[in-house]
Write a protein that binds this ligand. Sequence first.
Ligand code: THU
Length: 133
Amino acid sequence: MSVEINWDALRAAANDAMAKAYVPYSKFKVGAAALTEDGRIVSGCNVENASYGLTLCAECALVGQLFMTGGGRLVAFTCVDGHGNILMPCGRCRQLLFEHSTTGMILETVSGFKTIDEVIPDAFGPRDLEERK
Ligand code: THU
């Protein structure tokens, strides 16, 4: 049995998260939201730091919330900027999402809906560690 993806609800959660962003340096708000296999919506906003490089992307907060609310894997993801427009997750965050994705996880992107494998092809992941011990 697979969970139904409500993209409107996911986008709304991403926008709610975006409104909470802490961005005194870039002034660039980001909100991310994802649906888990068991039907929860988890979300996060970006949290910047005076030491610029330590900035936490919205996806970092989302992954924290994933574990704080029971863990599991992600089936769908969306991300918005401060105007509510769809934003592509940065390279590092694609890796973060890959780690917790279901096979075939769908992302809403600037060029339409894509699978996790399309946005991070041939990804390095947990299985590589097992196979090369
Ligand atoms: N940002 C995210 O939160 N997620 C991304 O995937 C792209 C970039 C944030 C980090 C920083 O606070 C701001 O956007 C500008 O780079």
